[in-house]
Structure formats: C-alpha cells, structure tokens
Design a protein around this ligand. Sequence first.
Ligand code: GDP
Length: 146
Amino acid sequence: MTEQTGNLTFGIIKPDAVRGGKTGGVISRIIDGGFKIRGMKLIHMTLAEAQGFYAVHRERPFFGELTTFMSSGPCVVLALEKEGGAVKAWRDLMGATDPSKADAGTIRKEFANSIGENAVHGSDSEENAALEIAYFFSRLELVNGE
Ligand code: GDP
C-alpha cells in the first residue's frame, strides 16, 4: 500500500447526499470514473471528530456551520485508487466547491445543493490524502489488489 500512495485519495459522500438517497449514484460515478474502492464505510461523526478532520479550516468563518453539517448525519468515507494520480482525478470528477460553478458532468453539478452542502469531499494533495485515510481507516480496513 505504501508504494501506491500517489495513486490513492480520500473521499467522503457527505450527509446531504446520503440523506438524499444519492449514495448509490455517487458510487456508480466513482466506479464508472475508473476508480478502485480500497476502503469504504458508513460512519456518523461526532462534532469533535468533524472538528478534528477539518482542523485546517478552524479559522474560516464557516467552520461552525461546516462541522455541524458534517456531524448532522451518516456519511460514507472512501479510500480511492486510480493510476496516474487519484487526487486530481477525484477532484476533477467532484467539480467546483460551489455546485453552481461546477462543470456539467461533475458529481457536485448533479448531486449538490449549495457551497456548504456539496455532496462530496476530496483530498487536495497526496500528503493530505494519506493523513485523511489514516484518520478514518485502520490498516486492516484497506484492501489491496483486486
Ligand atoms: P473543497 O476542497 O472543494 O471541498 O473546498 P474547501 O477546501 O475550500 O472547503 C471545504 C469545505 O468547506 C467545502 O467542501 C464546503 O463543504 C465548505 N465550505 C467552503 N466554503 C464555504 C462557505 O462559504 N460556506 C459554507 N457554509 N461552507 C463552505
């Protein structure tokens, strides 16, 4: 797994999408997009867990709103693999943070409601992908190979 870090990223199907019945639709887009799912589970974060995950945003004005939303219901956490660079490929498939600015064909264009409740999360760098996968998954929960 370590030698494949560059091909891995971390994703979340956020509470708005799970609540809205979009989990299956998002997973279909992930598989059709050529990603391999290496880890996947349904979780319901506490407020403290959401604050820990988004600690990098703690000074931003929307931190309270974001962490309350992310702990408002179940979400699906994902470790995703794609050869050639999973981080960029997943962010391209997600689309812009604000769904009204997201390109046609992206997950946020199809499934998101607003800049805050925007259906999916994706790591912004390989370094953060490794940290975020480790925040949610134990080694035993990550599957190697086919
Ligand atoms: P991302 O990498 O595209 O997810 O965007 P950012 O790293 O800039 O922001 C992280 C998350 O914070 C976004 O996915 C949104 O859920 C949330 N967020 C960003 N900007 C706003 C905002 O202006 N208002 C609210 N409520 N949430 C925001």
